[in-house]
Design a binder for this molecule. Structure first.
Ligand SMILES: Nc1nc(O)c(N)c(N[C@@H]2O[C@H](COP(=O)(O)O)[C@@H](O)[C@H]2O)n1
Ligand SMILES: [Zn+2]
Length: 403
């Protein structure tokens, strides 16, 4: 627990979005944020909001790629729409161009992320837009991917196309905060979520924790899972709570369910390996409990042995697997070590108007070794809202540089 402050470094040459991205957050209504200058007309904003609506149709399914939507407008009417469904498939712009056909000529395309200008899994959208003869491109945000990073905009302008950048920029960044974090920090965005009572307890002294919060909050958590690539728990949570960790929504994405367990001293009949609704991955250490590994293997559960099992190693591994966002739904000990190792950037605390009392019932974050209040970790960009009878407080740990 000695490697504070929380974090990893971005390439200093990249744009710094770290102060501005939020995940699944509602617009700030507290009036404290500096007003950002509006870019474009109200019509531009409406079209960009439509792009974001389209982009959200692929929620949880595009990593390592971003969520992107595109709308083509000719003579004030939408003539084509598209969104990026998953990595390896065409980009949003290509779907919109296909839908518009010849009507794309002389039209305006709205796209929530700068058109790409490189050959990746797919060819550059900038060239497709030039070829289609669009007259204007309205961009939500510049792509932080160093392979793009302004190059798409430059290519379009060089071809004589008018480009407007920054329409509904904040909303575009919010939608892709996991993607942006992944690009800048080479790790998935770590989100710690917990539910606690008004006196800060996540369970009773006997360990009973169902249900701390209301059904409305639980539905919110299900939506959050649908937007994340993975959800992580420790062995203790599997033993005590036997969770499902799915999004419980018909047709919605289910995250990869990840269990961190050094010794694999886990129950044989846990829901995680007995339900096929979502894939499960168990992260462990080399040589751990071969018999149990065999049992998991027979139940279709993937087991990966890491040289040492720590939150940062787990996040590094999930980054390599192409993930943008990881939800920590673990108990207090793992939560403390995930925070200490910089594996958590965002905290979502669901607070129920209940009191458990006492000093033994568990709290959401274990010992961080602090002895004075000056050591307490402060969150920034804090917001709150009421969900049913509960309150959700959200905030971010400050990002510091290790460069
Ligand atoms: N503008 C835009 N629209 C989309 O629909 C996209 N998916 C992207 N993605 C950008 O391109 C990179 C991926 O390229 P490939 O899918 O491998 O060809 C991704 O990292 C983004 O920078 N952009
Ligand atoms: Zn593209």
């Amino acid at each position: 627990m000695d490697n504070f402050p929380v974090v990893v470094q971005a390439d200093a040459s990249l744009p710094n979005y770290s102060q501005e991205n939020t995940f699944l957050m509602r617009p700030n209504t507290d009036g404290d944020s500096p007003p950002t200058e509006k870019v474009g007309t109200d019509f531009d904003s409406r079209m960009m909001q439509r792009c974001l609506e389209l982009a959200r149709r692929a929620l949880g399914r595009t990593s390592p790629n971003p969520l992107v939507g595109a709308v083509i407008v000719k003579d004030g009417e939408i003539v084509g729409e598209g969104f990026h469904p998953r990595a390896g498939e065409p980009h949003a712009e290509v779907f919109a161009l296909k839908a518009a056909g010849v009507r794309a000529q002389g039209a305006t395309i709205y796209v929530s992320l700068e058109p790409c200008n490189h050959y990746g899994r797919t060819p550059p959208c900038s060239e497709a837009l030039v070829k289609a003869g669009v007259a204007k491109v309205v961009v939500g945000m510049v792509d932080p991917n160093p392979l793009v990073a302004g190059g798409g905009i430059a290519r379009l302008r060089a071809a004589g196309i008018e480009v407007l950048v920054g329409v509904e920029q904040e909303a575009c960044r919010q939608l892709n905060e996991g993607f942006v974090h992944r690009i800048l920090y080479k790790r998935p965005l770590g989100i710690l979520k917990y539910a606690m009572t008004l006196d800060g307890k996540i369970a009773t002294t006997s360990g009973h924790s169902a249900w701390v919060t209301s059904q409305d909050s639980r539905t919110e958590v299900h939506q959050l899972r649908a937007a994340c690539d993975a959800v992580i728990v420790g062995g203790n949570t599997v033993r005590l709570d036997n969770p499902y960790l799915t999004s419980h929504q018909v047709g919605a994405h289910n995250p990869l369910r990840v269990v961190m367990s050094r010794r694999l001293n886990l129950p044989e009949n846990a829901h995680l390996w007995q339900t096929a609704d979502a894939p499960t991955l168990v992260l462990t250490e080399e040589g751990a409990n071969p018999d149990f590994q065999q049992l998991l293997f027979k139940q279709g559960v993937e087991v990966v042995e890491l040289a040492s099992l720590t939150p940062d190693r787990a996040m590094a591994y999930l980054y390599e697997r192409g993930f943008c966002s990881v939800l920590w739904e673990c108990g207090s000990t793992l939560a403390a070590s995930a925070i200490a190792q910089g594996a958590v950037q965002k905290v979502l605390a669901f607070i129920a108007p209940k009191i458990i009392g006492g000093s033994i019932a568990p709290t959401p974050v274990g010992d961080l070794g602090f002895t004075t209040m000056t050591q307490a970790l402060s969150l920034e960009r804090v917001r709150w809202r009421v969900i049913g009878s509960d309150c959700l407080v959200e905030g971010y740990f400050p990002q510091t540089s290790r460069a």
